[in-house]
Ligand binder design. Structure first.
Ligand SMILES: [Zn+2]
Length: 335
C-alpha cells in the first residue's frame, strides 16, 4: 500500500523513538542491576573482550577454527553464569536486554522473510495505517459523541399516521442495536445504513460507535461525504494522484469506515463513481462500513446508480431513524 512520504516519515520517526526508548530503558535497568550485582558488569566487560579477541583471531589467521571455538565456549559459559545470577536474584533471564515494542523486528520495522528477503514488519504497516487514520480523523468531531450523551427523551412516544411504531420505540431499538454493535465489533461485523432526516442522531450514534470501536484497538476513520469527496476531487483534478490514492487507501483499508452525510457532497460523475468504488471495494474486502444519509433509496438511485442501491440493499443492515429534529427540540428544552 502506498502512503505519502510524510506518513512514511512520521512512521519511521515513531519507530525510531520506540527503539531509542527501549535502549534508554535498557541502560537504566542495567545501571540499577549492575549496582546490585557487580559481577554482571564484570561479565559484560569480559564478553566485550571476547568479542574483540574473536575478531583478532580471525584476522591473525593460523588455527582460526580452534581459537574461535575456544572463545565461543568461554562466551557461552559467561552468558550462562549471567543468566543464573539474574535468575537467582529474582530477575528474568533477559532483564539486561532491551524491551522492544515489537520483538519480531526489534523496532527496526524490517524483517527477513522465509525467502531471505527483507520486508516491512507488521508493526510498521500498522503504524503507517494508524497515522494515516489519525490524519483523516484530525478534522472530525470524533470525541464529542458517546452512548452516554445520547438521550431518548427527545423522541415522541406517539405513533404517527402511516407508522406502526413510535419514534421513541424505534430509536430505542436502534440505540440498543448500535450499542451492542459497538461492544461486539470485529472485522466481520455487518455494515450499517443509517437513514433519516437531519438532526435525528445518525451522526451522534455513528460517532458513539466509532469511539467504542477505537477503544477496542481498531482503526476507525470518520469522514463526512462533502469533506472527503471534496479533498479527493481536489487531489484528482490538480493531478496529485498520490494524495488521492493515499486518501483512498486509508478509506478502503481501515477496520471501520464511517461515511457520514452521503448525498450532501457536490454531485457529479467523479463523486458518484468515487463513492461507488469506495463502498464496493470495502464490500469486496469484507470490511464494515457505516453510511448515514438523509436520502431515501429512490433518491440514492437517481443520485448514484441502481447498482449502488442494490449493493447497499443486499449487504447493509438498514435502519430508519424516526422523530422530529433533535436539535430543534433541544433548543426549546434549554432553560
Ligand atoms: Zn516489528
Amino acid at each position: 500500500m502506498a502512503y505519502s512520504n510524510k506518513i512514511n516519515q512520521m512512521a519511521e520517526e515513531a519507530l525510531n523513538s520506540r527503539r531509542m526508548k527501549a535502549l534508554q530503558n535498557q541502560e537504566i535497568a542495567k545501571k540499577q542491576i549492575f549496582k546490585e550485582l557487580p559481577r554482571l558488569e564484570e561479565i559484560e566487560r569480559q564478553l566485550a573482550v571476547i568479542g574483540t579477541e574473536t575478531a583478532k583471531a580471525v584476522v591473525r589467521g593460523g588455527n582460526v577454527k580452534e581459537a574461535v571455538a575456544a572463545l565461543a565456549k568461554k562466551s557461552l559459559n559467561l552468558q550462562q553464569e549471567m543468566k543464573t545470577i539474574l535468575f537467582q536474584n529474582g530477575y528474568s533471564k533477559d532483564a539486561l536486554e532491551p524491551k522492544y515494542c515489537c520483538s519480531i523486528c526489534r523496532d527496526t520495522g524490517r524483517v527477513d522473510n522465509e525467502e531471505g528477503r527483507t520486508v516491512i514488519c507488521r508493526c510498521l504497516k500498522k503504524l503507517r495505517s494508524e497515522i494515516a487514520c489519525k490524519e483523516l480523523n484530525d478534522s472530525s468531531p470524533l470525541s464529542l459523541s458517546s452512548f452516554e450523551t445520547f438521550s431518548l427523551d427527545n423522541y415522541s412516544m406517539d405513533i404517527s399516521e402511516g407508522y406502526s411504531i413510535s419514534p421513541y420505540e424505534r430509536m430505542k431499538k436502534i440505540y440498543v442495536y448500535c450499542k451492542s454493535y459497538a461492544e461486539n465489533f470485529n472485522e466481520k461485523s455487518d455494515s450499517l445504513f443509517l437513514r433519516g432526516a437531519t438532526g435525528l442522531g445518525k451522526t451522534h450514534l455513528s460517532l458513539a460507535i466509532a469511539n467504542e470501536v477505537i477503544k477496542k484497538g481498531y482503526g476507525v476513520v470518520y469522514v463526512s461525504a462533502p469533506d472527503i469527496v471534496g479533498k479527493m476531487e481536489h487531489s484528482h483534478f490538480s493531478y496529485n494522484y498520490d494524495r488521492e490514492e493515499e486518501i483512498l487507501n486509508s478509506l478502503t483499508s481501515c477496520d471501520l469506515l464511517i461515511f457520514d452525510d452521503l448525498g450532501t457532497e457536490l454531485s457529479n460523475n467523479y463523486s458518484a463513481s468515487a463513492i461507488y468504488n469506495l463502498i464496493n471495494t470495502r464490500l469486496l474486502r469484507n470490511k464494515p462500513t457505516i453510511i448515514s444519509t438523509n436520502l431515501n433509496l429512490k433518491e440514492i438511485e437517481s443520485a448514484y446508480s441502481k447498482r449502488f442501491v442494490s449493493r447497499i440493499v443486499g449487504n447493509y443492515v438498514k435502519m430508519d431513524f424516526l422523530g422530529t429534529d433533535n436539535r430543534g427540540v433541544k433548543i426549546v428544552k434549554t432553560p
